[in-house]
Design a protein around this ligand. Structure first.
Ligand code: F0G
Length: 456
């Protein structure tokens, strides 16, 4: 929640207390310089012991609650028919109202299965925006990703509340152009990751449904970042103000045929899965779960994590609980803006996103400004962020660089992890760096993997 101080200042207030802590280490600037050089200026290759505040991602690093930890102690460790699986399955059925649940070890494993079953050469997959792993799976199977975002989506400084919406006209045009028979599904990504954790509205999803119904096309929801999207629908969509988070979740679920999620994000745990009400879809995907993931009652997840996710999903239905990250992100973005640092607005979910193209206007995109700024932020602060720009794109079929629509540095705020003073420290260091931005030079690859090159 947010409190208004006597001074009039509005500050986000944590509605939880910290009962387990992890000691942090802040290296000197010389030590940080040495560490980032050894990592080839790639923050993925830093050792965590050399990182002060790890804002690389929210994936698998959200803080667990006492109730989650307690549930992990009573996990039922059996290969088949585990009670832990039944508990998670029941929770998913209760929240989403979908009958079938196929467990998988993480989000991209679900993408592998969806893509294997539904995507073939000549398929078109329309979506509000791609995610790196989604794109890699679809193109590996010969499909083409078509982004049909609204024009406002790429406008960095915006007050549009739902930049994750699909452009309905573009969707209709694409169907006319390529034929509904070549579109196995429309993918809707909650909390659209690569454009700054931006949500879609419930109204937009209803409109997408209408078009898909006319043509018999399925909707697949990537619910990995659903938590933040739910919160934004509740607070930004006038017509949904009086709905509960549970009601919004259920309506979203009813509008989608298949939902998959990374439980490294959704449910404060580690794992993933696919849910649906359609028996035929379930049967088509099921055989690949046993082939790639594990037996149908664990799908590559540990039973302890399965228990934690079941409780985590219940906590996701609590508006006070899920407001923490978006409110901290909003605070961070506003404080950076006050100091002149260009950030994505409106502030989204997942993390605060800095516009590296504007920050480092002296660097061309071919010198990876977002990568360079990410490395510089580590040197200046010990804070580890993530490049979300041209490095995170794949080269085209001729080997040419695909320049990203946006050059962003993502400073993720894993849920319930950082304190407000740690956020304030980060803002202060970045403000200093902004004043001294001409010190920052570009990057080039000395070793470039063919797939998902930004990782290694
Ligand atoms: N979909 C979205 C929207 C994601 O953000 C991610 C992961 C995935 C799918 C894949 O899930 O990692 O469990 O295999 N995002 C992470 C991130 C990697 O840091 O943003 P996964």
């Amino acid at each position: 929640m947010t409190v208004k101080f006597y001074s009039g200042e509005k500050v986000p207030l944590e509605m939880h207390k910290v009962r387990i802590i992890q000691k942090l280490n802040l290296l000197s600037v010389d030590e940080r310089l040495k560490a980032i050089k050894e990592a080839g200026y790639n923050t993925f290759l830093l050792q965590n012991k050399d990182v002060f505040l790890d804002m690389l991602t929210d994936s698998g690093v959200n803080a667990m609650s006492d109730r989650q930890q307690a549930a992990m102690l009573i996990a039922d460790d059996s290969y088949a028919g585990s009670e832990s699986f039944t508990r998670l399955h029941n929770t998913l059925q209760e929240i989403f109202g979908k009958q079938y649940f196929l467990p998988a070890h993480q989000g991209r494993a679900c993408e592998n299965i969806l893509s294997t079953v539904y995507v073939k050469p000549g398929s078109y997959i329309p979506m509000n925006y791609h995610f790196t792993t989604t794109h890699a799976h679809i193109t590996k199977d010969g499909g083409k990703v078509v982004e049909i975002f609204i024009d406002e989506a790429l406008n960095i400084e915006s007050d549009h509340p739902f930049k994750g919406n699909i452009d309905i006209e573009k969707l209709k045009n694409l169907i006319n152009e390529v034929g509904a028979e070549n579109i196995p599904f429309v993918r809707m990504e909650a909390g659209t990751n690569l454009i700054g954790g931006q949500p879609f509205s419930l109204e937009n999803l209803r409109d997408v449904r209408k078009v898909c119904d006319e043509h018999g096309i399925k909707i697949v929801l990537d619910a990995s970042l659903l938590q933040d999207n739910l919160y934004f629908i509740k607070v930004r969509e006038e017509a949904c103000k009086d709905m509960t988070i549970r009601e919004i979740t259920r309506e979203i679920s009813d509008l989608c045929d298949i939902i998959y999620f990374s439980a490294r994000k959704l449910g404060f745990g580690r794992g993933g899965g696919i849910i649906t009400n359609n028996e035929e879809d379930m049967r088509a995907m099921r055989e690949y779960i046993t082939l790639y993931e594990g037996f149908l009652t664990y799908g590559g997840m540990s039973v302890r994590e399965i228990e934690a996710i079941a409780i985590g999903l219940e906590e996701t239905m609590d508006e006070e609980m899920i407001s923490q990250a978006p409110l901290f992100i909003e605070y961070m973005a506003n404080e950076l803006l006050k100091k002149g640092v260009p950030v994505v607005t409106p502030p989204g979910g997942l993390g605060c996103h800095i516009d590296a193209k504007a920050f480092l206007s002296h660097l061309p995109q071919t010198e990876y400004p977002a990568g360079a700024l990410t490395a510089a932020i580590y040197i200046a602060s010990g804070v580890r962020g993530m490049e979300r720009g041209t490095m995170s794109e794949a080269r085209d079929e001729h080997g040419n660089e695909t320049l990203a629509n946006m050059e962003l540095v993502r400073l993720a705020l894993p849920r319930r992890v950082f304190t407000l003073s740690q956020v304030a420290y980060t803002v202060d260091r970045i403000a200093w760096l902004y004043e001294n931005r001409e010190l920052i030079g570009g990057l080039h690859y000395v070793d470039e993997p063919k797939v998902l090159r930004f990782f290694v």
